[in-house]
Write a protein that binds this ligand. Structure first.
Ligand code: FUB
Length: 367
């Protein structure tokens, strides 16, 4: 029955007991229907996928019919918390593989800080891509000058181990690489993160060891993209800004903390459209914007995941066996310790018009 005909039905004057029951049932159905908007709160409990170690920033991919996750490996490195994010002091990467139940298993260490010639510390959010049977594992780390750069390591299986290149990728700076394979076989790397991720230090085109932010009414700092070279080890094109626009076609401004880019870029394709998703401003939503090209521009649509327990929010989106999943993390396992996070996953629901239903996975934990 259509909404308008339900409303007419409810307006009628019913006296019989049966009609009153029918009316109550319809009212309840109407209330449930009205709640089915993109802003719906999901009354679901999300458990950590693995509890034997702390994991974060999950990049999920399907290789050889299996679902693999490439997370950061959070540790308590004893480094005091500061605005540079020094307490995120990760030293290696492990590969995880999804089990048939709602858990993931550790497939072992795939890359160690000591085996990366150029990297000094802080192995943050990684990603991976496969091309012609070789697996290219992309990761950020600080170099000897404490500048975040992005490197690549290669392996012959999705589980690694991976062997790092001698130097980082030229032009690949800041943090949070996400590599997307387009339907024509091209690969693009999206990257960048503000504040501890240092993207604000590259706005002049070269590194300036000082944080410079645009004024609130200026265009926000943009995430970056470049096309990968044939050998997947470098950029084929110059790095360019990703344009994030509002519904009127105006660029999102620096003062728009609810919608501006902060970190954690991810791109996926759905029904021929490109979805660019990211963590926002100082608000830590996972938001998304839609475009017609992998290079953008992308128009802001809304929130996929509301802020979770812990300071950061970081995700990936993957289709597996006919269903769509959002991988994310929070700090529930460590009872709220910002840099000790655990990966989780939720079912992603699209609405008929291609919008994504908002997920609220915030959990309260007793300290
Ligand atoms: O894990 C370290 C950093 O925290 C990531 O690079 C950011 O995206 C945030 O999740």
């Amino acid at each position: 029955m259509h909404l308008s005909s339900i409303q007419v039905f409810l307006a009628l004057d019913f006296n019989s007991k049966m009609m009153k029951i029918l009316r109550t049932i319809l009212l309840l159905a109407l209330m449930i229907g009205c709640q089915s908007t993109p802003q719906q709160k999901q009354e679901v409990t999300y458990d950590p996928l693995i509890t034997s170690m702390y994991t974060a920033d999950p990049s999920a991919h399907v290789f050889d019919g299996a679902l693999y996750i490439y997370p950061s490996h959070d540790i308590d490195g004893g480094v005091p918390e500061d605005d540079l994010g020094s307490h995120f002091a990760m030293r290696d990467y492990h590969v995880l593989k999804m089990n048939a139940d709602e858990t993931a298993q550790d497939m072992g260490k795939a890359l160690d800080l000591d085996d990366i010639p150029w990297a000094k510390k802080q192995l943050w959010a990684p990603d991976i891509a496969e091309k012609n049977g070789t697996y290219y594992f992309y990761f950020p780390a600080k170099d000897a000058d404490e500048i975040f750069r992005i490197g690549v390591a290669t392996g012959s299986t999705p589980e690694g181990p991976f062997t790092a290149e001698e130097s980082p990728i030229a032009g690949a700076v800041s943090i949070d690489p996400a590599v997307f394979k387009d339907s024509d076989g091209s690969y693009y790397m999206y990257f960048g993160g503000i504040w501890g991720g240092q993207l604000q230090r590259w706005e002049s085109g070269s590194y300036v060891a000082e944080d410079r932010y645009p004024a609130a009414d200026e265009v926000a700092i943009a995430p970056k993209v470049a096309k990968m070279s044939e050998d997947m080890l470098q950029f084929e094109t110059a790095v360019q800004d990703i344009q994030l626009l509002d519904a009127e076609g105006n660029p999102i401004l620096a003062g728009d903390n609810e919608r501006r880019f902060f970190e954690a870029a991810w791109v996926h394709q759905y029904n021929g459209k490109y979805y660019f998703s990211y963590s926002t401003g100082d608000t830590h939503n996972i938001a998304y914007a839609i475009g017609d090209s992998p290079l953008g521009p992308f128009t802001y649509q809304g929130v996929i995941l509301k802020p979770v327990l812990g300071w950061t929010n970081h995700h990936s989106i993957v289709e597996y066996e006919g269903a769509w999943y959002l991988y994310f993390h929070d700090s529930s396992l460590s009872k709220g310790v910002t840099h000790l996070r655990s990966i989780k996953r939720a079912k992603l629901e699209y609405l008929p018009d291609g919008r994504i239903q908002t997920i609220d996975a915030l959990v309260e934990v007793a300290p």
